[in-house]
Design a protein around this ligand. Structure first.
Ligand code: CAA
Length: 240
């Protein structure tokens, strides 16, 4: 698969696994990140994948960053909207800032990245837009009114845009990971995490690679008939 791909939040966690898997599949990959320079430098040294720093919450920064990636690697065929943050709090304690930050990154960030790329994908009659939503966008989660709303929004975005992209060879899909062994999940208090693992029928957290393999499939030419879909990968914790 000799395509050009951008993975947002692509230097750590699920995003890093996706970037590596796409490179292994033959893609030219750009890994975007927003803040952690040290992790990005380590990722670049270990993988040889070029990293690009901008915040997906900033539309102009996305347009400029995409321009740089296209100058370096060529037109982008595959966009993986993976960047995401949590600001968990029970609703009565949730601040407007916690709501806003999660919306800006997890929902507006998907618009900010997809919109500047959409015209080129339409012209070239090929595109793959894959957004990493979450089990918590499907079922809701205590202390995540912000995150669950944004991740559910990502699924609605996917279903709407799939209808627009279909005639131009662009597929638009979402993946809903369950609880995956990443820094984000490890930040959940240990007791809470243990109670979550007890609710997962396969009896363990997922691995980032298990999500990356779903992305590689959806990004492939073989997946051209799959659009508007949601792949649920959560160890059986929640059936949609
Ligand atoms: N259901 C019902 N009640 C719950 C609950 C739940 N799932 N979790 C906590 N509670 C209750 C507690 O028992 C406590 O009740 P009491 O006051 O009667 O003791 C109350 O809610 C919470 O009170 P706290 O003062 O402890 O709350 P806090 O302000 O300290 O917040 C928290 C703690 C933020 C809720 C913390 O427990 C937490 O982070 N929970 C995890 C939330 C979670 O699962 N986030 C997912 C992160 S991973 C991710 O998002 C990736 C992905 O896509 C899957």
């Amino acid at each position: 698969m000799s395509r050009v791909a951008i993975v947002t939040g692509g230097t750590r966690g699920i995003g890093a696994a996706i970037a590596i898997a796409l490179k292994t599949a033959g893609c030219k990959v750009a890994a975007n990140y927003a803040g952690n320079d040290e992790a990005a430098a380590r990722f670049r040294d270990e993988t040889g994948i070029e990293t690009y720093k901008w915040s997906v919450a900033d539309y102009d920064a996305c347009a400029a960053g995409i321009g740089q990636v296209e100058a370096d690697l060529g037109p982008v065929d595959i966009l993986v909207n993976n960047a995401g943050i949590t600001r968990d709090a029970p609703f009565h304690k949730m601040t407007r800032e916690q709501w806003r930050e999660v919306m800006e990154t997890n929902l507006n960030g998907v618009f900010n990245m997809t919109h500047p790329l959409w015209g080129g994908m339409r012209e070239r009659k090929f595109g793959r837009v894959i957004t990493i939503s979450s089990i918590n966008g499907q079922k809701g989660q205590f202390a995540q009114a912000n995150y669950s709303a944004a991740k559910a929004g990502d699924i609605g975005f996917t279903k709407a845009l799939a209808q627009e992209g279909a005639r131009n060879g662009i597929t638009v899909n979402a993946i809903c990971p369950g609880y995956i062994a990443t820094d984000m999940v490890m930040a959940v208090p240990e007791k809470v995490r243990e109670s979550i693992i007890a609710q997962i029928p396969v009896g363990r957290l997922g691995e980032a690679d298990e999500i990356a393999r779903c992305v590689v499939f959806l990004a492939s030419d073989d997946a051209g008939f799959i659009t508007g879909s949601t792949i649920t990968a959560n160890g059986g914790q929640y059936f949609v």
